[in-house]
Design a protein around this ligand. Structure first.
Ligand code: PXL
Length: 270
């Protein structure tokens, strides 16, 4: 039986984040990947790899969602970068066309290299229209602070508190990723599953942030949920995949490395 995983996300042309990462991750985990583009990010190598961002017209987003949801019986969707209030409205309208079992929201408020302020005007609408409908959310440190209304996350109890506060805004399950911003030398994620908190801790692999880690995690959770896994199993597999992807990170001419999607390179190196 084929399982379908659907992403609604932005393109990042270097292959290190967004739509490209989602489809690669879906493929690695054996689900049939489908996607709707919301925006196109082109890093600018002449300008310190800053973001050039073009939104897809809202009607074209709605058309893509119409095509995808008519072609296959979908029940699981991942939502990545939306980037503009009009895009959020279009995606919310598209999602409302059917029932969903799993809506996994990676609440992308900022990309590596982007100024925090630039994305914050979409925050309220994202909360109101998309977060409220999501079943799973995967905020990173910065996104968790913003969505939970907390200044900093210094302890594991802070991570739990942030996850619960965000869950109160809609999604039953919230995974707050401490990442390299969280104090200490471990990458600590907290899953609030609607009833209790689960802590995932792995030694940090360097202090540099790696592009694509958040997209890979959310896409892997989406793929596993699409196959019928429960949230705990989905998070466990996703964490493993990100860990392998960071160990085998891909360097380039960019100031940041990107996550390798999949285990094949690790087997080759073994
Ligand atoms: O990693 C967040 C992210 C998501 N989606 C797109 C991006 C980025 C970061 O660059 O470009 C399209």
């Amino acid at each position: 039986m084929v399982s379908f995983a659907y992403t609604i996300a932005g393109s990042e042309a270097t292959g290190g984040a967004g739509f490209q990462v989602d489809l690669k991750t879906f493929h690695q985990l054996g689900v049939y990947g489908m996607g709707t583009l919301t925006c196109i990010v082109s890093f600018d190598p002449k300008n310190n790899w800053g973001h050039r961002l073009v939104q897809i017209p809202p009607q074209v987003i709605k058309d893509q969602i119409e095509a995808a949801t008519a072609a296959h019986d979908l029940d699981t969707v991942k939502i990545g970068m939306l980037g503009h209030p009009d895009t959020i409205e279009a995606v919310a309208a598209g999602l409302a066309g059917q029932e969903w079992k799993n809506i996994v929201l990676d609440p992308v408020l900022i990309c590596k290299g982007q100024e925090p302020g630039a994305a914050l005007d979409t925050d309220n609408l994202l909360r109101e229209k998309i977060l409220s409908q999501a079943t799973v959310a995967t905020p990173n440190y910065f996104e968790a602070c913003t969505l939970a209304g907390m200044e900093a996350l210094n302890t594991i109890d802070d991570l739990k508190e942030a996850a619960q506060r965000i869950s109160d805004l809609g999604p039953r399950c919230v995974i707050v990723k401490g990442g390299t911003e969280f104090p200490g030398d471990h990458a600590i994620d907290v899953l609030w599953d609607g009833e209790e908190a689960h802590i995932y801790s792995t030694p940090q692999i360097g202090k540099e942030r790696v592009s694509g880690a958040g997209c890979t995690l959310a896409a892997a959770i989406t793929a596993e949920l699409a196959k019928g896994a429960d949230i705990h199993e989905a998070v466990r597999i996703a964490k493993d995949m990100v860990q392998v992807g960071i160990v085998n990170r891909v360097g380039g001419n960019t100031p940041f490395d990107t996550v390798w999607q999949g285990a094949y390179r690790m087997q080759e190196n073994a």
